[in-house]
Design a binder for this molecule. Structure first.
Ligand SMILES: [Zn+2]
Length: 435
């Protein structure tokens, strides 16, 4: 009798730890957005022994070549990722729209018709930190902290600081966020381990002020370092159910990296094939990607360090880490790009998932940018949006849950455009060559 009793007590004590199917009660998720990151550049660098944390992600997590959508515009796709919906539903269909009298206005969150994941979580009383996500100004009044995409415009010196107070919610966090901005460009480069691509262009006899993106390189560096700093400060500040941090770096740098490829003959041959035959010999493609990856090495090493930092944090908390990009890059008729002619498919992005009960080294097939929001809801054990266009990526996990569905609505939100902020956004889009 005593033996049976001891057995029963022990069984009840250890039951929750058996079976490997147990998932923590309070699910926390770290969501890292690396705009434009592409396995075709990461893989050759991993093969050469670089990027240990991307390697860890591939070996210990589930991963995918993430299918993207057309138009392959970052503002549109990041909104799709946050809502799980096609652009016709969520309403952000381009960089900007034309108001009456021909006035151009960049889309902001006023035009978003569907709730983002952080609004849904707020409805369920869950806390989020959302940092720098595309098209998030004016910031949603969520439970937690939102540093909207407009806040990075703080880098423009003429910016009226008072206006930007509205870029952070709740506004009382503004002074803390403001302190994350850095002004020393050279120090930022050193800390990030990034070369001065302007100087490299000059050494090649090019005028950096006439090259798109490179002419604004200083601004992009300061913005990126600012984003990293905000992540650090907010991570230490609180305990969140969702921590979403967006980096723009791989997109910005891959747009110009091609000009620094040393083997110009290789570039010329590849471009000629794409232009005349509308396709590229796979071997030539691999060689060119490797060359481009070498130019991008400092950028990917920087991201790898950030990834490593958040993998460690996720492991400490028993949380999930999801890292993804909105699209990758392909060689089009005018070089590497993600906005490509109609006869080309949207370039595949990256996806990696780590955490309790995730299958190790498992490649998910057919994962799309529509699946991220449903997968987050699945992890939080919340109903999936009935009209979401993706599905939870259940194949990534060793456990399975019963799916529930409901319709989510975006009920109250701030509708606001501030002319000065819109003008800066237009300026930035122009320097990227997007408009
Ligand atoms: Zn993008």
């Amino acid at each position: 009798m005593r033996k049976i009793l001891v057995f029963l007590v022990l069984t009840f004590l250890f039951l929750p730890f058996c079976g490997g199917k147990r998932v923590p009660n309070r699910i926390k998720v770290i969501l890292l957005g690396f705009d434009g990151a592409d396995w075709d550049f990461i893989e050759p660098l991993m093969e050469e022994g670089y990027l240990p944390h991307f390697r860890k992600l591939r070996e210990e997590g589930a991963w995918a070549r993430l299918r993207s959508m057309k138009p392959t515009l970052s503002a549109v796709i990041w909104t799709t990722i946050a809502t799980g919906k096609r652009m016709e539903k969520h309403g952000i269909v381009d960089w900007l729209y034309v108001k009456k009298h021909g006035i151009k206005v960049p889309y902001n969150s006023s035009e978003r018709r569907e709730p983002a994941i952080w609004e849904i979580l707020t409805e369920y009383n869950k806390t989020s930190a959302v940092i720098n996500w595309f098209v998030t100004f004016p910031p949603d009044h969520i439970k937690g902290i939102m540093v909207s995409s407009a806040m990075r415009d703080y880098v423009f010196p003429r910016k009226k600081k008072k206006l930007l107070r509205q870029a952070v919610y709740p506004p009382r966090y503004f002074p803390l966020i403001e302190k994350c901005m850095v002004w020393n460009f050279q120090a930022a480069l050193r800390e990030m381990g990034i070369p001065d691509y302007r100087k490299m262009a000059r050494e090649m006899g090019r005028d950096p002020s006439k090259l798109p993106i490179i002419s604004s390189f200083r601004v992009f560096v300061l913005m990126e370092k600012f984003t990293e700093n905000v992540g650090e400060v907010l991570w230490k500040k609180g305990d969140y159910d969702l921590f979403a941090l967006y980096f723009r770096w791989p997109d910005v740098t891959t747009h110009f990296a091609g000009m620094f490829i040393k083997d110009r003959e290789l570039v010329r041959r590849a471009l000629e094939q794409v232009r005349t035959r509308h396709k590229l010999d796979p071997d030539l493609r691999r060689r060119l990607d490797r060359e481009d990856a070498h130019v991008l090495l400092p950028v990917y090493r920087y991201l790898d360090r950030i990834l490593g930092r958040y993998i460690e944090r996720a492991e400490e908390k028993g949380a999930y880490l999801i890292v993804l990009s909105d699209h990758g890059f392909d060689l089009g008729p005018n070089g590497y790009n993600h906005e490509l002619p109609d006869w080309m498919e949207p370039p595949l992005g990256i996806l990696g998932i780590m955490g309790p009960g995730v299958k190790k080294g498992y490649e998910l097939k057919d994962a799309t940018v529509y699946d991220i929001a449903p997968t987050l809801l699945y992890l939080f054990n919340l109903p999936i949006g009935r009209d979401m266009d993706g599905k939870p990526l259940m194949g990534a996990f060793k456990f399975s849950r019963k799916l529930r569905y409901r319709r989510y609505y975006r009920r109250k939100f701030i509708k606001k455009h501030i002319k000065e902020l819109d003008q800066d956004t237009l300026k930035e889009l122009k320097s990227l060559g997007y408009i």
